[in-house]
Design a protein around this ligand. Structure first.
Ligand code: SF4
Ligand code: SF4
Length: 145
């Protein structure tokens, strides 16, 4: 698991970053876990097939493949992450700001189908879920009806 972020500093440095070494060996678990075959055998990545792209960034219609593959998911995917054996070392974060709101955890299936824009704004204030926009989340929910 990883968390994307950026730090802006008022200094110049001689070196900034370097690629991580591959520790995959012969493992293929993420390839096999991917419901849309977005990760290909040659370690290429077809971003438009990825459910995280389809359910978050895509502003148009969901692909038929995404509709067939989303299962119980209405936002994102990350099945490749949960399949990765290295992630058994990951521990749940305890940062209060990153914990889900109790109102969110209490949502029922009917609540999701009847979600209003006011509820959406309150539930996801300050959250990355705002990336999908209200219409996009409703599209994802409707695809499961
Ligand atoms: S997020 Fe889901 S769809 Fe995207 S590459 Fe990972 S397993 Fe495949
Ligand atoms: S599941 Fe993890 S260790 Fe296995 S191939 Fe994918 S990234 Fe590498």
């Amino acid at each position: 698991m990883f968390f994307l972020g950026e730090i802006f500093l008022p200094y110049e440095f001689d070196s900034y970053d370097s690629p991580m070494p591959s520790r995959c060996g012969n493992c293929r678990r993420c390839i096999e876990a991917c419901p849309t075959c977005a990760i290909t055998d040659g370690w290429d990545f077809d971003s438009e097939r990825c459910l995280s792209y389809q359910l978050i960034e895509n502003r148009g219609e969901l692909s038929e493949e995404a509709k067939q593959s989303m299962g119980s998911t209405i936002y994102g995917c990350d099945r490749c992450q949960t399949a990765c054996p290295w992630n058994k070392f990951a521990t749940p974060n305890t940062t209060p700001e990153f914990q889900p709101k109790s109102e969110l955890l209490a949502m029922t299936k009917d609540d999701w189908h009847n979600l209003t824009i006011e509820q959406y704004r309150a539930l996801f204030k300050g959250s990355a879920v705002k990336r999908v926009k209200f219409d996009g989340l409703k599209r994802n929910i409707s695809a499961k009806e």
